[in-house]
Write a protein that binds this ligand. Structure first.
Ligand code: PA5
Length: 441
């Protein structure tokens, strides 16, 4: 179950909400009938029903094998090729997944930076443990994961020999294109396919996300079932469509000058879902000098840092709070005879009850401070609702991008830093750029 409460945006949106609703049928049609910009990247819309069932069975078998023969899985990827898996594992298992007692492998993420310190530390952490590697890149040419994989490939081959290393390396990439595909075929790695019509940030329900998620012991059938239920619901146009309501609310607020959206959660396990969400919305909307800037806070921790700005800083913020009706665990505050900390007024209350007071109190304070507040309620922190939330955000993001009249499925801006980096590093083919950038420096 996913509910959206928009009662606290009424004073801020005025007539704009009605105006946005009028534009939604067209945005919806673009997604369903593939008539808008970027329409060759809409494979995610029906992905929860329409996926390769044979490959999915093979993926589950690979996950079982990794659970059996490995103490550690290293997942190499960046952006959409890692954030979804990390979000799911931290949210559905634990943000301390590698530390908790479990019968599934530790999972480390590499190739999402170019830090020698981070990579050296990772090699130290996996020492003496049985290792498998899942290298993920849709293009197969992204520099950060390619560098990490070059180092891991030689580590694995040195440690296990070429044949066993190849058995322990799994590649998730394009079905035909890219350097990684050529490499994987040449070396004989088991490969999984990222469909042509699914972009990186929409790929968590493909093998990109599902293989590491399954290795972590998460029930991917339940996750896909939640996403399928959401797809059925949000593909129906209408004012009662919750994805429509979310897209309409944030776009109406944007038109009123609320140009930053903060995703807030009171569960630490949600942190990487926010990171995934930021990539989804930031890369989909932020172009042509437009777009809502996606930010996130972990509450209540950030009430003691970002809280000051949210309450009284520049008034261009809106806030979307994700709340859980039932958390995975709970605790009760006890009574203390001395009551030196003055907390006996909380005795007998659960932490969830106290957290709920923080959620409600903060929402009212922020609204009073001029920050429109949207609230998403999920029933629990289980697989079905996670699948539902993923699809909800994806569908609403597609709608939002079309409401902004941008192509929600490209990311031309990501190329700019790469061009400069390659020029600085003297990549063949970049000679002219190297000359130009040297002059600028
Ligand atoms: O959403 C996107 O397409 C990007 O963020 C990619 O996921 C990211 O750049 C990684 O690309 P690739 O999977 O090709 O290595």
């Amino acid at each position: 179950m996913l509910k959206l409460d928009l009662s606290k945006i009424a004073p801020f949106v005025g007539d704009d909400l009605a105006a946005v609703y009028e534009e939604l049928p067209r945005a919806h049609d673009y997604l369903i009938n593939k008539t808008g910009r970027g329409n060759d990247f809409l494979g995610w819309v029906n992905l929860p029903f329409d996926y390769d069932k044979e490959e999915y069975a093979r993926l589950k078998a690979a996950a079982a094998r990794i659970r059996e023969d490995s103490d550690v899985l290293v997942v190499i990827g960046i952006g959409g090729s890692y954030l979804g898996a990390r979000a799911a594992i931290e949210y559905l298992r634990s943000p301390n997944y590698n530390l908790i007692k479990k019968d599934t492998p530790e999972i480390y993420f590499a190739g999402n930076n170019i830090s020698g310190t981070a990579l050296r530390e990772l090699f130290g952490l996996i020492e003496g443990k049985r290792v498998s590697v899942n290298v993920i890149s849709k293009s197969g040419t992204t520099t950060e994961p390619a560098i990490a994989f070059r180092l891991f490939k030689s580590y694995m081959e040195e440690r296990y020999g070429k044949e066993e290393a190849a058995r322990r390396i799994y590649a998730t990439t394009d079905k035909a294109r890219g350097a990684l595909k050529g490499l994987a075929d040449g070396e004989g790695y088991e490969t999984f396919v990222i469909p042509d019509d699914v972009g990186g940030r929409y790929s968590v329900l493909t093998p990109v996300g599902l293989l590491p998620i399954a290795v972590a012991g998460i029930d991917t059938d339940r996750l896909l079932a939640g996403a399928a239920a959401a797809a059925e619901e949000y593909q129906k146009p209408g004012l009662d469509n919750t994805a429509w309501q979310y897209a309409a609310a944030r776009n109406a607020l944007y038109r009123k000058g609320y140009t930053t959206e903060i995703l807030a959660s009171y569960e630490p396990a949600f942190r990487f879902v926010s990171e995934w969400w930021k990539q989804l919305y930031g890369e989909s909307e932020g172009k042509e000098n437009k777009g809502i800037f996606p930010a996130s806070v972990d509450l209540t921790a950030d009430l003691h840092s970002m809280g000051q700005y949210i309450q009284q800083g520049l008034r261009n913020l809106m806030e979307t709070v994700v709340n859980f009706e039932k958390t995975r665990e709970d605790m009760i505050v006890g009574t203390d005879a001395a009551n030196a900390d003055g907390l006996n007024f909380l005795a007998g209350k659960t932490l969830s009850e106290i957290n709920l007071a923080a959620i409600r109190g903060t929402a009212l304070a922020h609204v009073d401070g001029g920050v429109p507040n949207l609230r998403i309620d999920l029933s629990d922190m289980e697989e079905e609702d996670f699948g539902r939330l993923i699809y909800f955000f994806e569908f609403a993001c597609g709608l939002s991008g079309y409401l902004l009249e941008v192509n929600p499925f490209d990311q031309p801006g990501v190329e700019a830093y790469k061009k400069n980096m390659f020029a600085l590093l003297g990549k063949p083919g970049y000679e002219k750029e190297t000359e130009e950038i040297k002059k600028r420096l």
